[in-house]
Write a protein that binds this ligand. Structure first.
Ligand SMILES: [Zn+2]
Length: 285
C-alpha cells in the first residue's frame, strides 16, 4: 500500500471509529427500534413506512441513530438527547429540570419527545404541506424515546450524566456514561449472543411476550399521547440505584458490576421498544 493510500485508509479508520459521546450506542438504538416496529398497528406501520425515506427499505432500525449523526449539522439538537437533574437528589421534575444550559425551558429529551409527538399528530391532516418535516420528526422521536431509557441520560448536572467519571471497563479506559451507552450491551453480545445483535433482539422479543408480558402492558400505559416524564423519573432512579452506585472516579468495573447491571440494561431496552411502539400507535391511531 502506497503512503497515500495508507493515509486515506487511516483517515477512514479514524473517521468511522470516533465514538459518539451521548446516547445509547448504535446497537442500543437499533435494538429499541427493531423491538418496536413489529408491534405497530396497521395504521402506524403504514405511516412509518410512508415517512421513512426509500433507502431505509422500511427498516426503522437502520435510521434509529440518525439523530446522533446530525448533532453537528443541527447543533441546536444536542441538548435534546438528555436531562440534567440536581446532583444526588435522584428525582426528576419537568418544570425544574427540562431546560438547556442557557436555561431555555423545554429543551431536554422529555420536552423533545412532547414536541415531536405534537408534530407527528399533524400527519394525515390532509394538509400535505405540513409546516414540519415529519420524516425528521419520526426519526427524532424514535431516537429520543430510546435515549430517555438510558439511565444516565437522566443523570446529575455536575458530572454531565457521568460523562466526566473516568473508570475502567475491565482493562479498558472509559467514562461511566459510555459504559451504559455501549459497553454493557457489547459485552453481553460477546458473552451471551455469539457477538450477534440479532440474537439479543430475538431474546428480548421473546421475553416481552412471555416473562414480561404482564409488565409490558403496564409499560405501555399512558393517559396522554406521550409520557416522557414517567420514563425520566424511572431513569434517574435507575441511574442512582444501579449506574452511579458504588462507582467513583477511577473505579474498575468488571464481572460484579456487569452481571448485576445487565438485567437493568435489558429491561430498559425492552421498555424503550414497547413504549416507542405504543407511542407511535397512539399518534397514528
Ligand atoms: Zn442520542
Amino acid at each position: 500500500m502506497g503512503l497515500h493510500n495508507f493515509r486515506i485508509a487511516f483517515l477512514v479508520l479514524v473517521l468511522c471509529c470516533i465514538p459518539v459521546a451521548y446516547g445509547w450506542g448504535i446497537d442500543g438504538h437499533l435494538i429499541i427500534c427493531r423491538l418496536a416496529q413489529p408491534r405497530l398497528s396497521k395504521s402506524a406501520a403504514d405511516a412509518v413506512s410512508q415517512l421513512l425515506p426509500a433507502y431505509a427499505d422500511n427498516d426503522l432500525g437502520s435510521l434509529c441513530s440518525w439523530a446522533d449523526r446530525v448533532k453537528f449539522r443541527y447543533h441546536w439538537s444536542s441538548p435534546l438527547h438528555y436531562i440534567n437533574t440536581p446532583d444526588n437528589l435522584c428525582t426528576y421534575q419537568y418544570k425544574r429540570d427540562c431546560k438547556d444550559e442557557d436555561g431555555i425551558e423545554d429543551r431536554c429529551v422529555a420536552g423533545a419527545i412532547n414536541n415531536y409527538t405534537t408534530q407527528l399528530l399533524s400527519y394525515g391532516n390532509g394538509n400535505s404541506a405540513s409546516e414540519y418535516n415529519l420524516t425528521e420528526a419520526l426519526l427524532f422521536l424514535s431516537h429520543f424515546i430510546g435515549d430517555i431509557h438510558q439511565p444516565l441520560h437522566v443523570g446529575f448536572t455536575s458530572d454531565r450524566g457521568a460523562n466526566t467519571i473516568d473508570v475502567r471497563w475491565y482493562r479498558r479506559k472509559e467514562v461511566l456514561h459510555h459504559v451504559w451507552d455501549s459497553n454493557i450491551i457489547e459485552t453481553a453480545e460477546k458473552r451471551f449472543y455469539d457477538s450477534n445483535v440479532e440474537e439479543l433482539i430475538d431474546t428480548l422479543q421473546k421475553n416481552i411476550t412471555t416473562v414480561w408480558s404482564k409488565q409490558a402492558k403496564a409499560w405501555e400505559a399512558c393517559a396522554k399521547t406521550a409520557c416522557p416524564d414517567v420514563y425520566a423519573s424511572e431513569g434517574i432512579k435507575a441511574a442512582c440505584d444501579w449506574a452511579y452506585k458504588g462507582v467513583e472516579e477511577g473505579s474498575v468495573l468488571n464481572d460484579d458490576y456487569f452481571l448485576s447491571r445487565v438485567p437493568v440494561v435489558n429491561l430498559r431496552l425492552a421498555q424503550g421498544g414497547v413504549r416507542l411502539a405504543a407511542t407511535l400507535n397512539r399518534i397514528f391511531g
